[in-house]
Design a protein around this ligand. Structure first.
Ligand code: SF4
Length: 220
């Protein structure tokens, strides 16, 4: 049944292409977590590494899937890969990533490898622009599946894009940070994205307080 549906969908897309349509809004099936995705992280990674669901697949060098301990209580979710991540194929390896690593290792006092780190979108948006809603919604099923597999006790939303796509709330990060929010199957705390902290070092004080709250919540 699924194969027939896909064949019909493909036929419809080819007809639209022949009619000169170059872009359509993301197909309803991809808007929410309705894709059938595996419960195994390696199988999920393989699917994501070959994904062409949105236009970011045209400009990316590498797909950047999440990494770390899939049994961790703690998951960090950023916005999107940057230039270094796109080159290397790993999340948070550039300057912002180095700061995140310091935050984890020097404040939480745990190795980076003990947490799980991922992004809302797995491919770099050109010129590091914010991912569009279509791109983020196309990629969201992968993030939801990562959350389902890892089952973290606490998710740290790094920056407003991660916070928005995890909660649907557009309140500025400066107003929501510093509070632990109940998301039913996990708790969530929003804090500043490390790249924001690099541009605005004065915000590091508040990010430090957020880390202390995370530490206290997880009993680290
Ligand atoms: S950003 Fe996500 S949905 Fe878009 S091509 Fe990359 S992996 Fe696929």
């Amino acid at each position: 049944m699924k194969k027939l549906y896909k064949a019909l969908l493909l036929k419809k897309l080819l007809v639209l292409k022949e009619l000169g349509v170059e872009y359509i809004e993301p197909i309803e099936e991809f808007k929410e977590n309705k894709l059938e995705l595996p419960d195994n992280i390696e199988e999920l990674r393989k699917i994501v590494l070959n994904c062409h669901l949105c236009d970011l697949s045209k400009s990316r060098k590498r797909v950047v899937f999440g990494e770390g301990n899939i049994k961790s209580n703690l998951m960090f979710v950023g916005e999107a890969p940057g230039a270094s991540e796109d080159e290397i194929g790993r999340p948070f390896v550039g300057r912002a990533g180095q700061l995140l690593t310091k935050m984890i290792e020097n404040v939480l006092n745990i190795p980076r490898s003990s947490v799980y780190i991922t992004n809302v979108v797995k491919c770099r948006p050109p010129n590091n622009r914010t991912p569009t809603k279509e791109e983020a919604l196309s990629c969201k099923p992968y993030l939801l599946k990562e959350i389902e597999i890892v089952k973290p006790k606490l998710i740290v939303a790094l920056g407003s894009t991660a916070y928005y796509y995890l909660t649907g709330d557009k309140t500025p990060i400066s107003q929501v940070r510093g509070h632990i929010i109940d998301m039913k199957s996990y708790k969530l705390i929003a804090t500043y994205h490390p790249s924001y902290l690099l541009r605005n070092p004065s915000a590091k004080k508040e990010a430090y307080k957020d880390l202390l709250l995370i530490k206290e919540f997880l009993g680290l």
